[in-house]
Design a binder for this molecule. Structure first.
Ligand SMILES: Cc1cc2nc3c(=O)[nH]c(=O)nc-3n(C[C@H](O)[C@H](O)[C@H](O)COP(=O)(O)O)c2cc1C
Length: 206
């Protein structure tokens, strides 16, 4: 049986959304059934950003994407989280989604499923690695099994260039003013992450 994969993500300015689309492609290439779902925005953020052109444009591009529900996590065999950094940690929107999933935790609903993270930071050292590692902490409480990016098939990581991608997560660097766009190596690693989680999920669910 092919795996069901859910990709819950949050993206204020669209970089994580772009990576998410590549993660979808990679997972779909394995034959998995894949759902992309955005984590719910806070009303106060929506209001505060109502005049911000970059935010408006990025949200417009995501308007057809359904909002993530806890049911999606139950449906899935694998969960790949799109997590832009906030002070080296996950955004509160995603924390809220996890913090309100206590019933899933209590019933062990997600235990034994595969999981992974992709991220984006403003600067090179602003949390590429810490965001993945700190996100791992609650994921382990849910009993999820973490899938990273191995060097073997991700030789792009063996670099001193300022590009994303680490053993912990696929990633991109948005630029301090958000004007960078993901580069092809980052998209490639995002697709590989999607495929890898789909393969692992399929095996774990057998
Ligand atoms: C409140 C806040 C805190 C942030 N903290 C960091 C940070 O610690 N390090 C960093 O490199 N970028 C930081 N950023 C930049 C975001 O990570 C960046 O905007 C994001 O990766 C872009 O992804 P998106 O286009 O999907 O929203 C922060 C942004 C906001 C709004």
């Amino acid at each position: 049986m092919m795996a069901n994969i859910i990709i819950p993500y949050y993206s204020m300015y669209g970089h994580v959304f772009q990576l998410a689309n590549e993660v979808v492609k990679g997972a779909e290439q394995t034959g998995a059934e894949v759902k992309l779902a955005k984590v719910r925005e806070f009303e106060e953020v929506r209001q505060a950003m109502a005049e911000d052109d970059a935010y408006i444009k990025a949200q417009e591009a995501q308007k057809e994407i359904p909002e993530a529900e806890h049911e999606d996590l139950k449906w899935a065999d694998g969960i790949i989280w799109g997590v832009p950094t906030r002070y080296g940690n996950m955004p509160a929107q995603l924390k809220q989604f996890l913090d309100s999933a206590g019933a899933l935790w209590m019933n062990g609903e997600l235990e034994g499923k595969a999981t992974a993270v992709f991220t984006s930071t403003g600067s090179i050292h602003g949390g590429q690695e810490t965001t993945a590692i700190t996100t791992l902490v609650p994921l382990l409480h849910f009993g999820l099994i973490y899938v990273g990016l191995p060097y073997g098939e991700n030789q792009e990581m063996l670099t001193t260039e300022g590009i994303g991608g680490s053993p912990y997560a696929a990633s991109t660097i948005a630029g301090v003013d958000g004007s960078n766009q993901p580069v092809e190596q980052e998209f490639t690693m995002a697709r590989r992450l999607g495929a890898r989680v789909a393969h692992v999920s399929e095996k774990l669910s057998q």
